[in-house]
Ligand binder design. Structure first.
Ligand code: PSV
Ligand code: MN
Length: 395
């Protein structure tokens, strides 16, 4: 007997977790400036507190990604404070993100900098980040490099690749047990001629060169227009090298728009490839799902709650794909039938089933409405609103 839609969705949502980014709760902007929000979090305590709201209302976000420079400015010296904040807010520290791009020393790169002293300094910061992750019992260190160049001929691309490989191998040798390095790629910004890890192939090569505990991280905003992201996902799954996601949507480039707000079908297709892989292989893909969005105009906590809801919806739709029917239609080259299997799942209105799942799990049926009714926003706006400081980070 086939499992019902409700059972399939409940099984999918019971295990679906998505990490929140600490930087998503603070004031951010574009290179043209910031519009400050009175309720934005300025301190790490406030970021944990806001993350807790999102987790309590959605039940899906037990961890908060931390950016070392922004959240642990004293590095390892901040670990005890973070650990006790996390315990009191009941949100665990999530992935640890070294910052290898804001210091003036990194003007011409970090791991790829021609100056050996800068490469050593960048490595030291990354190693500190591994130590921080261990102390906080965080599994993943996420490496994103702004390294690259703006003009042809100005950088020795092959030499920089070797320098990256050297530092990554040393960093990897620090890892123990289940600890992982996730290598993120991005083809543009802040460098506009070449970036040292421009695409998934380069990230894969670096992850492999680093060692067995390294994987690739796919940030959905870090692709060229119309790139087939779900194919990249399938390949990384098949290679056993997909470590995690930074989810966001985009219209043009790395726009940090709400997941699924522009192209929900693409997010569905990504989730489908993962769940199809799990069905075929009979095992769960070990993937860290994370949000990487900084909202300039939307209320930050509302935007996160909305994002988690969209993620759950699209994941639930993907869980409805009839794999037997799909596999059979694919094998028989019945194209219209195969495509329709996906379209049928995508077209299903899963919202009532998700509401039931929330009821069963003693969660608010409408998390956004519950947030608006809770008075939390009014309270933090009053408490935080008097501050004029713009001392928060860009993302
Ligand atoms: C870079 O665009 C990125 O996607 C990296 O993941 C950073 O850690 C994050 O955004 C915040 O700047
Ligand atoms: Mn990212």
């Amino acid at each position: 007997m086939k499992t019902s839609h409700s059972e399939r969705i409940a099984r999918a949502l019971d295990t679906f977790r998505i990490e929140l980014p600490s930087w998503g709760f603070s004031n951010t902007g574009t290179r043209f400036g910031k519009y400050l929000q009175p309720a934005a979090a300025l301190t790490i305590d406030e970021k944990f507190s806001d993350a807790r709201q999102v987790h309590q209302l959605t039940g899906a976000c037990p961890t908060l990604a931390l950016h070392v420079l922004w959240d642990l400015p004293s590095g390892i010296g901040d670990v005890d404070r973070i650990a006790s904040l996390a315990a009191s807010r009941q949100v665990e520290p999530g992935s640890i993100n070294p910052n290898l791009f804001e210091d003036q020393a990194y003007k011409f790169g970090s791991f790829g900098n021609p100056d050996e002293r800068v490469r050593a300094r960048a490595l030291e910061h990354a190693r500190d980040s591994v130590a921080i992750a261990r102390r906080l019992r965080s599994r993943d260190v996420v490496l994103w490099f702004a390294d690259g160049s703006n003009y042809p001929g100005t950088a020795n691309i092959r030499q920089r690749k070797r320098w990256f490989e050297e530092n990554l191998a040393v960093l990897h040798s620090d890892l123990q047990g289940g600890e992982r390095l996730l290598v993120e790629y991005k083809p543009f910004e802040p460098a506009f001629y070449h970036t040292d890890i421009a695409d998934w192939g380069m990230a894969l090569a670096f992850a492999r060169a680093a060692g067995p505990r390294a994987r690739v991280l796919v940030d959905t905003g870090h692709h060229y227009q119309s790139q087939n992201i779900e194919q990249i996902v399938s390949w990384l799954l098949s290679e056993g090298m997909l470590g995690g996601f930074h989810f966001n949507d985009r219209r043009y480039a790395d726009d940090d728009l709400t997941l699924g707000s522009i192209d929900p079908y693409q997010v569905f297709r990504i989730f489908h490839e993962i769940l199809f892989f799990e069905w075929e292989s009979g095992r769960r893909a070990d993937i860290a799902y994370m949000i990487d969005q900084s909202h300039n105009l939307k209320g930050k906590i509302e935007a996160m709650i909305q994002t988690v809801g969209y993620a759950q919806e699209l994941y639930a739709k993907a869980a409805l794909v009839d794999y037997e029917a799909l596999a059979s239609a694919q094998a028989g080259c019945r194209l219209v039938e195969a495509e329709s299997v996906l379209r049928d799942a995508f077209a299903t209105d899963v919202r009532p089933i998700i509401q039931d799942w929330r009821r069963t799990n003693r969660l608010p049926v409408d998390p956004l409405d519950a947030f608006r009714q809770s008075g939390y926003l009014e309270r933090i706006t009053a408490e935080r609103g008097g501050r004029t400081s713009a001392a928060s980070s860009y993302a």
